[in-house]
Write a protein that binds this ligand. Structure first.
Ligand code: NAD
Length: 447
């Protein structure tokens, strides 16, 4: 099949590359000429494990090309995916749909023959109707149908998620789209990934509901962690105890500094707005948003408390900046609030992240970036493990301690066993676990 993917960011690029790998003929479109130029030269603008190899293979096989020429790409396509950003609208938290609608206007004039226009971007209920309206108004004669096909991939595991999804949700209003979309995903269908066909509005809401539910689950365990700290319980044992219940499941029950990233914060906020717009408030989600916002800042207070209540003039070594490991994405990362909170109280920040420092430079001022974890700890009064990159899971604790001014370790991801770190002479603080040592945990290896 000939498919155009408009927007070659995380989702568009992964979608295009994976569909090419399925054997389709893909052209990835972006308005960012520098990005397209780089991609055409085999330079991948994002860090995503396995992506670079997959791009090279499919470009070499002639199934994948990159262009800024949207009309030609769309004119030749049977399916056009819209995969542009839908960030939070400044000021009110609504999803900003201008990029989606811009693309719809551009696509309208280029449609040629029956075309399925599938929105992969995460968009509020009713956006498909508006895209349909834009296309129809601009090209009354065109033969097309608008589909909602939300994407559930996770950064850091995007290729695997795309190729082995739990489900593929497809919202259609025209039966002809069922056949076309089944053909797009045929290789996955053969692998028995369930294709859930539904109507367009339902598909749009499935995406927001999924993200909001996961964000609530994280926020729930974070609140339980706070309770554990004052009640003398261990959140990892609680998470294990509830997660083994199949009705609950063990995923997304790792207490930490609050959720961040390019999706959960904006999607929870957007769902709150959608509920308000329809007069059907999403109160659980509203509360989740507010708890999570407070939590990110609260983590800086936790570090300050670990330092005896004052960080003025002290050096804080930050290990990990991205919102999660295996990505270079810094959008809404808790590290930003933590760093600002500490700087406001007079701390000096030295930070290291395996992939996120380039993006972080633009988001935080006055931070010194170190070339590795041990450099970040040099002369520090405290190290704070913010993102659980693999390389932070087995630090040489003796070496780390020897480098530091004061051996204080704040582990916001519960990566280490308290006894193990304390054995090396650290004052160790983690999230939702007994500070005085306690029993430790048999389930400490984070997911
Ligand atoms: P992104 O910012 O990485 O990429 C968007 C791309 O679209 C950019 O390269 C931009 O230049 C391009 N673009 C914008 N307007 C354009 C236009 N008129 N013509 C051509 N290209 C244009 O965004 P992303 O992270 O890939 O997210 C895209 C959508 O997918 C969002 O709605 C997001 O919520 C959703 N989503 C993201 C993820 C994720 O993990 N990042 C997961 C699931 C869903």
């Amino acid at each position: 099949m000939r498919i155009a993917v408009v927007g070659s960011g995380y989702v568009g690029l992964v979608t295009g590359v994976c569909l090419a790998d399925f054997g389709h003929d893909i052209v990835c479109v972006d308005k960012d000429a520098a990005k397209i130029e780089a991609l055409s030269q085999g330079i991948i603008p994002i860090f995503e494990p396995g992506l670079s190899d997959l791009v090279s293979t499919n470009v070499a096989a002639g199934r994948l090309t990159f262009t800024t020429d949207l009309p030609t790409a769309v004119g030749q396509a049977e399916v056009v995916f819209i995969a542009v950003g839908t960030p939070s609208r400044r000021g009110d938290g609504h999803a900003d749909l201008r990029y989606v609608y811009d693309v719809a206007r551009e696509v309208a004039g280029a449609l040629n023959g029956f075309t399925v226009v599938a929105t992969k971007s995460t968009v509020p209920v009713g956006t498909g109707d508006e895209v349909d309206h834009i296309l129809r108004a601009a090209s009354p004669e065109a033969d097309f149908t608008v589909v909602s096909n939300p994407e559930f991939l996770r950064e850091g595991a995007a290729i695997d998620d795309f190729k082995r999804p739990d489900r593929i949700v497809i919202g259609i209003e025209d039966e002809r789209a069922r056949e076309v979309m089944t053909e797009v995903y045929r290789p996955l269908y053969l692998n028995q990934a369930p294709l859930q066909f539904t109507n367009r509005r339902t598909a749009e809401l499935i995406k927001y509901s999924a993200n909001a539910f996961l964000a609530m689950k994280i926020t729930f365990i974070n609140e339980v962690a706070d309770l554990c700290e004052v009640a003398g319980a261990n959140v990892q044992e609680v998470a294990r105890g509830i997660g083994l219940d199949n009705r609950i499941g063990s995923k997304f029950l790792h207490a930490g500094p609050g959720y961040g990233g390019s999706c959960f914060p904006k999607d929870t906020q957007a769902l709150v707005k959608i509920g308000q717009d329809f007069g059907s408030p999403m109160r659980l989600v509203e509360t989740t948003v507010s708890i999570n916002e407070q939590r990110k800042r609260a983590m800086s207070r936790k570090v300050i408390a670990a330092c005896g209540g004052d960080v003025r003039g002290k050096t804080v070594g930050i290990l990990g900046l991205t919102f999660k490991p295996n990505t270079d994405d810094m959008r809404e990362a808790p590290s930003i609030d933590i760093i600002r909170g500490l700087q406001d109280r007079g701390a000096r920040i030295v930070a290291y992240d395996p992939q996120g420092m380039k993006a972080a430079e633009k988001l935080v001022d006055g931070v010194k970036f170190a070339p590795n974890a041990y450099s970040a700890a040099e002369g520090a009064d405290v190290v704070v493990l913010v993102t659980e990159w693999n390389e932070f899971r087995s630090l040489d604790l003796s070496r780390l301690k020897a480098l530091m001014q004061t051996p204080v370790f704040v582990d916001l991801r519960n990566v280490y066993r308290p006894q193990e770190v304390r054995k090396h002479g650290f004052h160790y603080f983690s999230v939702g676990r007994p500070e005085a040592g306690g029993m430790g945990s048999v389930s400490e290896a984070a997911e």
